[in-house]
Design a protein around this ligand. Sequence first.
Ligand SMILES: NC(=O)c1ccc[n+]([C@@H]2O[C@H](COP(=O)([O-])OP(=O)(O)OC[C@H]3O[C@@H](n4cnc5c(N)ncnc54)[C@H](OP(=O)(O)O)[C@@H]3O)[C@@H](O)[C@H]2O)c1
Length: 246
Amino acid sequence: MIGPGTRVLVTGGSSGIGAATAEAFAARGCHVVVVGRNVAALTELARRIGGASCVADLTDPHAIDTVCSEADKADVLVAAAGQGWAGRLIDTPDGDMETLVGVNMLAPMRLARAALLGMRRRSGGHLVFVSSIAGHMAVADEAVYSATKAAMNAFAASIRHEASPHGVGVSVVVPGVVDTAFFSRRGTPYSRRFPRPVPAEAVAERIVRAVEHRRPEVFVPRWLRFPARLRGVAPHLTDALQRRFG
Ligand SMILES: NC(=O)c1ccc[n+]([C@@H]2O[C@H](COP(=O)([O-])OP(=O)(O)OC[C@H]3O[C@@H](n4cnc5c(N)ncnc54)[C@H](OP(=O)(O)O)[C@@H]3O)[C@@H](O)[C@H]2O)c1
């Protein structure tokens, strides 16, 4: 399904996982449109991969309308744009909550709706949501971020029912810790010794393969599915382990 002629729309294409994903699809001959706010980074990447850029702040409903018209034409949508926020809930400002919900949840939902309409017309396509292990585990001091990612897991699982009869696949990609600007941007560095950050390119390859093999859920690294599954069946045990080991 992926190759020359495949139109791929990647949000978060100006940095980290999204940029690496745009490169990985372009390496397979796809035409890639990258979305973000950083004009210089988007322009440079689009030039390098022979694609196009779409400048949009995904917290702005009018800007999302523009991206929706691109999503309507896409054979593959990768919703990778996201922001983090670390700290106690009682210290989380309203504006940061709204930004996280806007970028991590509302924008992918609206873009998926637009993309699904186009994919239904063409009887095929694929939607990819970049979630996080924080959406599976009860990560301390990341309540709002975790909630937005858990919401995307549920959203993807639900729309899979209405997408698959039209030949549209849905994948959720669940990274653990990835070596990107994510932590410096959220203002709180990653300080744990374990798990070690993986390169963005490793996540990008797994995203492309998730589309090629129509995988519903992909953990990066793979072993992360075990703590996620354990939390599903024994939440009290995993919460206790997390309190003990962080
Ligand atoms: N890094 C990790 O350890 C990790 C782990 C699990 C999940 N994730 C998820 O992976 C995804 C990609 O993150 P990353 O690690 O690649 O971080 P990153 O390097 O900081 O990239 C974040 C991307 O999101 C875009 N973005 C953020 N706010 C936006 C807004 N308001 N409007 C439009 N675009 C916006 C940024 O574009 P502009 O700067 O151009 O606006 C950038 O391209 C996120 O959804 C994140 O939650 C990351």
